[in-house]
Write a protein that binds this ligand. Structure first.
Ligand code: NAD
Length: 296
């Protein structure tokens, strides 16, 4: 049975490191770092995410502020709020919780891209702005996107090198798949060469014979959003399997990997929950402190 990669434990270690760094930043005369979250509408999952992020902030000595807007808010009002947060020197990081409600902006829906593009790149702790994406692409990142950065930390801190190996990333989203592929293919990664220098394949919904592609992976990273889509017979024996998926099935959370069967084939695997999810929040705290340092 596979080694269980305990994301929750590693996230705890990173959060303790960030809390210690925040304390010395403040002792050094820095203002208490502040993360402002913008939450539009009533989506239950988004409310839970924002609440968890705020709680994690407070525990790390970071102020978490939430700006709640009604789904009926207009695109212009939302852009204005982001502009105010850009100009507010007491705010270091800005997070616009996605997805924005489909029926928002007077029923027309929001232009998410325009909202995210408004966030000051120096406060862009999600690393969604074109400037931060471009810097990452060029191998000189400022903020790293939280979920793929958490995965890099997980591999690094559990001693799983991907250098020279085949990594298959399933899913090409701007939030997870694309930056993940880019980070692992760099010459020098954020945690050194062992978690960079991979030979990366970026698979997606149009990939032909996904099973065969996945079976080439020494490290398989699933970010698909389809419950238990990655079956045991798609995994190379001994491979490292990272499951990014968070899918609600009834009252249970399940990943994109068929965990029970996969753990009999894989060499190491992340559980859901308790795998990648907690790491994402830990890296958000890390980025907020970094933003405070950049702005000082
Ligand atoms: P997304 O919906 O934006 O992208 C999904 C990707 O999967 C697409 O690129 C698509 O091409 C690919 N895909 C869809 N069907 C496929 C198929 N049949 N075969 C191969 N590829 C297919 O999703 P996302 O935002 O990257 O999120 C993916 C999953 O990760 C979701 O379950 C989400 O909840 C979860 N997630 C978790 C965290 C975390 O902190 N753990 C963070 C972000 C997202």
């Amino acid at each position: 049975s596979a080694e269980l990669l305990d994301g929750k434990k590693i996230a705890g270690e990173i959060r303790a490191d960030v809390a210690a760094d925040v304390a010395s930043f403040v002792a050094d005369g820095g203002a208490k770092p502040c993360l402002a979250a913008v939450l539009v509408g009533e989506d239950p999952a988004s409310q839970v995410y924002v609440r968890n992020k705020n709680r994690a902030c407070e525990k790390a000595g970071i102020e978490g502020r939430t700006h709640r807007l009604d789904a009926s808010t207009s695109q212009g009002e939302l852009i204005d709020l982001v502009g105010q947060l850009n100009d507010d020197a007491t705010v270091n990081g800005i997070l616009v919780q996605l997805p924005l409600p489909k029926d928002g902006n007077g029923g027309a829906g929001f232009d998410e891209r325009e909202v995210l593009d408004t966030v000051d790149p120096l406060k862009d702790v999600d690393a969604f702005s074109p400037v931060n994406v471009g810097l990452l692409m060029q191998g000189r990142p400022r903020f790293l996107p939280c979920t793929p950065h958490g995965i890099v930390q997980l591999l690094h801190r559990t001693g799983h090198s991907v250098a020279g190996k085949n990594v298959v990333v399933v899913g090409r989203s701007d939030i997870v798949g694309k930056p993940m592929a880019m980070m692992l293919a760099q010459k020098d990664g954020s945690c050194g060469r062992d978690v960079a220098n991979a030979t990366v394949t970026l698979a997606h919904s149009r990939t032909a014979d996904l099973g065969a592609v996945c079976r080439t992976a020494d490290c398989l990273i699933a970010a698909v959003g389809i419950p238990q889509m990655i079956k045991a017979d798609m995994i190379k024996p001994g491979a490292i399997v990272v499951d990014v998926g968070i899918n609600r099935v009834g009252s249970k959370l399940v990943g994109d990997v068929d965990f029970e069967a996969a753990k009999e084939v894989a060499g190491a695997i992340t559980p859901v929950p308790g795998g990648v999810g907690p790491l994402t929040i830990a890296m958000l705290l890390h980025n907020t402190l970094m933003a405070a340092k950049l702005q000082r």
